[in-house]
Design a protein around this ligand. Structure first.
Ligand SMILES: C[S@@+](CC[C@H](N)C(=O)[O-])C[C@H]1O[C@@H](n2cnc3c(N)ncnc32)[C@H](O)[C@@H]1O
Length: 148
C-alpha cells in the first residue's frame, strides 16, 4: 500500500530504496490515523514528507528537518520544516520544546557516520515509549568518505 503510493506519487520528488517499504509498513502501520509526531531528518525536495502525510493520515504532525534553507518551501498543512544541523543538540531540543517529543524519527540526513551517531545519541532517549527510530542508507557505514 505504501509502496504503491510511492510508485504512483505525482507530488514532490522523493528518494527511497524499494526494499525499505516492507520495513516501514511493519513498524509504522500501528500509527496510521493516529496523532503521531513524525520526524524525518533530510527533506531534500519534500516528496517524502508528503508521502508520510498521505500514509499516516489527517492527524499526523510531520516535522521535516534539514540544513538547507530552501527546504522551508516544502512547508504545508500538517508539515512543518525546521532548518538546522542534525548534530546541533540545542536545535533538536528546540524542536522538542516547540512540537513535543517525537514518536518516530527517520534519519535520512547527511549519512555522515559521526552525524548519524551524534543525532542518535541525543534523540534516541527522547523518542516516546513504543516509538520507532530508523536510520536509512546504513550502507554508508561501509563508505570511507562518510566515515564508515
Ligand atoms: C538524501 S536527502 C533526503 C531525501 C529525502 N528524505 C527523501 O526521501 O526524498 C538528504 C538531505 O539531508 C540534508 N542534510 C545534509 N546534511 C545535513 C545536516 N548536517 N543536518 C540536517 N540535514 C542535512 C541535505 O540538505 C538533504 O536535503
Amino acid at each position: 500500500m505504501l509502496f504503491h503510493d510511492f510508485l504512483t506519487n505525482e507530488q514532490n520528488v522523493l528518494s527511497k530504496g524499494s526494499h525499505y517499504f516492507p520495513i516501514y509498513e511493519k513498524h509504522l502501520k500501528k500509527i496510521v490515523n493516529s496523532s503521531v509526531n513524525f520526524w524525518e531528518i533530510g527533506v531534500h525536495r519534500g516528496g517524502s514528507l508528503q508521502m508520510w502525510k498521505r500514509y499516516l493520515g489527517p492527524f499526523a504532525k510531520i516535522i521535516g528537518i534539514d540544513i538547507s534553507r530552501h527546504c522551508k518551501l516544502y512547508e504545508e498543512n500538517q508539515i512543518n520544516i525546521c532548518i538546522g544541523d542534525q548534530t546541533d543538540t540545542a536545535f533538536l531540543q528546540s524542536i522538542i520544546d516547540k512540537y513535543g517529543p517525537p514518536d518516530v524519527v527517520l534519519d535520512d540526513g547527511s549519512h555522515v557516520m559521526k552525524h548519524v551517531c551524534a543525532t542518535f545519541d541525543f534523540l534516541y532517549d527522547k523518542v516516546t515509549k513504543n516509538g520507532v527510530y530508523m536510520v536509512e542508507d546504513l550502507c554508508c557505514a561501509y563508505w570511507d568518505e562518510l566515515g564508515g
